[in-house]
Ligand binder design. Structure first.
Ligand SMILES: [Zn+2]
Length: 469
């Protein structure tokens, strides 16, 4: 068991199951009148209680320690520029009775292509729809509407900021920055632009720039939310000032002063090589820089029985103990590749990949195959004792040692079967569906035309055929 996908600052999380079958992993779920309010890595959201089937308590909240999650936990309110009476009329036309009125929006879009007043109104209507979808928790629809709004009013700072805000909620910080920079051209004195830019830089793991932007915002308008965010960023900065830094195209690496600078450079070089390969295999480029921390600390050394490492962690940043190492050996290279795969999947799916998919693909990418475990896995399957994949979706942190070893092997076997018989393209398509918010078994069914039962059976047959004599 090389790695634990560690949910480091793990907190209790609940699962909200909607009547349409969609599941939302949420944190701090509270019922509030006719709403269910909750937090996710995309920020605080609310759902109408009428669409919720039930709430499952328990489980661990993934990724609370990641920079993206830390950024999401800021929870800054969206900007509310002054609205005219006409604006409010359009808002009411676009969203009423608990849903978006697409006919109304279409009617405003007629003739809007030519620009002018019609286009301004169509943009406003899409903005209202986007805001509604965002608070309902459907960030994909929110994004589509916010983008439509920008297409009708590409120079309206309020519309540009709304799109930037949706990207922030999705933890897509680079895209957010692009639209904030555009908004700034038309509204250089808007405190909201700097407020959101600070949040974006914070999510991009650039606390110095976050601090600078929030100071600009506060100079234009006092805001307790911004003040609190600024204080938090200043605390983070102090904490990490003892670390030295190194940067490459896709990585930001920090290491304790005691580590070898040569090792740090070699780690970056190795990671860049792996990055290119994983990028082409998964057909995806993570939009945000990936943080890496090398450790030599006493505490980590105790666990890792120096010299060398025993495990590594990925809680949004790749954390690798390198006690006693002066160069990258094949073992460390393999671990870096495994952890980097987690970062790719995390960014590609906006944190929605279940553990069995994460660990299965990460092991496949690091080069592990099922050979040594195949016979035991088949035996367990034939005895009717195989762990249902549904049970392996959540955190594995509480599994006892032998069970965890089995979970890793079984996850790899299922992923290996998919890759070897259907190709990596099917993994990519499953990840795409997860990114869009589809539940895992449903994603598997749409891509492979198999449910979990079928997949497990096919995997057991694959193992028998290829490994068990
Ligand atoms: Zn892992």
């Amino acid at each position: 068991m090389g790695c634990v996908l560690l949910f480091a600052d793990a907190a209790r999380a609940d699962k909200i199951v909607l009547k349409n079958g969609r599941k939302i992993i949420a944190y701090n779920v509270v019922e509030d009148g006719d709403k269910v309010r909750y937090e996710t890595s995309a920020g605080q959201l609310a759902l109408p209680k009428s669409i919720v089937d039930h709430i499952e308590k328990g489980g661990l909240m993934p990724m609370m320690g990641s920079p993206a999650a830390a950024a999401a936990s800021l929870n800054l309110e969206p900007p509310e520029p002054a609205a005219t009476a006409v604006d409010m009329e359009i808002d009411k036309g676009a969203v009423h009775d608990g849903s978006v009125d697409r006919n109304y929006i279409n009617s405003l879009e007629n003739g809007a292509a030519a620009g002018g007043e019609k286009a301004v109104q169509a943009a406003r209507a899409h903005r209202a729809a986007s805001r509604f979808e965002m608070f309902k928790g459907d960030l994909d629809r929110a994004l589509t509407d916010a983008r439509s709004a920008v297409s009708y009013a590409p120079e309206d700072p309020a519309v540009l900021m709304e799109l930037a805000y949706v990207y922030l909620r999705r933890s897509e910080f680079k895209q957010s920055l692009e639209y904030l920079e555009r908004a700034k051209r038309y509204a250089p004195k808007s405190p909201d632009v700097y407020k959101l830019e600070g949040w974006t830089y914070y999510g991009l793991n650039r606390p110095d720039q976050a601090v600078a932007e929030w100071r600009k915002s506060l100079a234009l308008r006092p805001d307790s939310e911004v003040q609190a965010a600024l204080d938090k960023a200043l605390r983070d900065k102090n904490e990490e000032e003892n670390y030295r830094e190194n940067e490459s195209t896709h990585f930001q690496l920090k290491y304790n002063g005691a580590a070898e600078p040569g090792l740090a450079r070699e780690v970056l070089h190795t990671l860049e090589g792996h990055y290119q390969q994983i990028e082409s295999e998964l057909n995806f480029s993570p939009p945000d820089p990936i943080g890496v921390v090398l450790y030599t600390q006493e505490a980590f050394a105790d666990i890792t029985r120096a010299p060398g490492w025993v495990g590594a962690l990925n809680d949004g940043r790749i954390r690798v103990p390198v006690q006693g190492l002066s160069g990258v050996d094949s073992e460390l290279s393999r671990i870096l590749r495994h952890e980097l795969t987690h970062s790719f999947i995390q960014q590609k799916t906006h944190g929605r990949a279940p553990t069995w998919v994460q660990e299965g693909v990460a092991q496949w990418m690091e080069g592990k195959r099922s050979d040594e475990n195949a016979a035991a896995l088949v035996q367990v399957y034939d005895a009717g004792q195989a762990a249902p994949l549904g049970l392996l979706e959540g955190s594995w942190m509480r599994l006892p040692g032998p069970m965890a070893t089995y979970a890793y092997a079984w996850a790899l076997a299922n992923v290996e079967y998919i890759v070897q018989t259907q190709g990596m393209g099917d993994i990519e398509r499953i990840l795409d569906r997860l990114a869009g918010g589809t539940a895992t078994e449903q994603s598997v069914r749409e891509v492979l035309h198999d449910n979990y039962e079928d997949l497990m059976q096919a995997t057991a047959e694959y193992l028998k055929k290829n490994y068990v004599r």
